[in-house]
Design a protein around this ligand. Sequence first.
Ligand SMILES: NC(=O)c1ccc[n+]([C@@H]2O[C@H](COP(=O)([O-])OP(=O)(O)OC[C@H]3O[C@@H](n4cnc5c(N)ncnc54)[C@H](OP(=O)(O)O)[C@@H]3O)[C@@H](O)[C@H]2O)c1
Length: 361
Amino acid sequence: MDRRGVPSGAPERMDNAMNKIRVGIINVTGYAGVELARILWQHPDVELVSVTGRSAAGKKLGEVFPHLACTGLTITAELEGRVDIVFSAMAHKASAEGIVPLLNKGIRVVDMSADFRLREAAWYPQWYDFDHPAPELLKKAVYGLPELHRDRIKKTELVANPGCYPTSAILGLAPLVKLGLVEPDVIVDSKSGTSGAGRTLTLPTHFAEASDNVRPYGLGGHRHLPEMSQELEALDPQKTVSVTFVPHVVPMTRGIVSTCYAKAKASKLTGGKEELDKIYYDFYRDEPFTRVMQQCPETKHTLGSNLCLLYPVIHQKTGRVVVVSCIDNLVKGAAGQAVQNMNIMFGFPETAGLEALPIYP
Ligand SMILES: NC(=O)c1ccc[n+]([C@@H]2O[C@H](COP(=O)([O-])OP(=O)(O)OC[C@H]3O[C@@H](n4cnc5c(N)ncnc54)[C@H](OP(=O)(O)O)[C@@H]3O)[C@@H](O)[C@H]2O)c1
């Protein structure tokens, strides 16, 4: 024991457990949930106390995910013990149903599903095939993209953590749309690794289907489209921006690259790449994770990190602006951004637990 009563050799994280907030994860058994556990376990201000999952209830977390054996946690069917904040990593609909009782008990929530991202209850039957069980909460929930909504995130009890594709697309296009620099007709072409589809087994994510293959999908309207439109429209001074979005699944595990296209308005952006770079640098000047790059980023430059890497260019002949936006779908596109939101809600340094550099190659 040292003089503070901590066993010698015990990790530093035990030392100030009294000052840490107590955190629970609903559904640690999916990719978003298990990535949350990895990040939260290393967070200096957090004690991860409870993790749930129907399919593995009663098992040690390390039995299901050996890379997390060090946690010693047991997966339970329901949350256990007192918690200050809960992350829900459940599928849509089930997430809203699970969250409402927690909010009623005064527990803060970051929801990773889409259940509180859309402002209109009528959009849920249209895009997600269910009637929203708590439409009154849609106005209270804050869309958790810190680059746009930091002040509101600070004060809310319920964060709707953005989708992975929308995170990359909105951050890529926000400066152009907010400053009214482009025509209100933008295109987002995204490529995602297969972990974006979750750990639940499906035919398109089988190795034989997904390897050596690029699969466009959602051409009739992907579920992330209303979310992108909602947020970009709110930024647009004219409120008229329309989005065409085509996602593709590519044979890799993690990562999203969204290549975004927009046409400069007449007499705008005549200063070329230099002007465009300055606009993006100024817009994201104080952001800890969204960076404007000097060379075109690739998904591999973000893996395991909470970074969003942006690279805007303009084709002078056509007036077409192209912005490349790369993230790790499980970190800035899910668990990392959720922890960034928690940091803001609790007044922790925004980068706490998220300082890890990307892994390479
Ligand atoms: N994957 C990504 O890149 C990503 C990015 C952003 C947001 N998200 C969102 O995060 C959430 C989880 O995604 P994921 O990729 O982690 O999915 P996943 O790997 O398929 O895991 C979802 C887990 O939810 C549980 N589940 C499914 N249906 C349920 C129900 N009706 N009631 C209770 N539990 C249920 C299942 O665990 P048990 O059977 O063990 O209970 C399943 O393992 C989703 O809402 C997704 O949209 C995912």
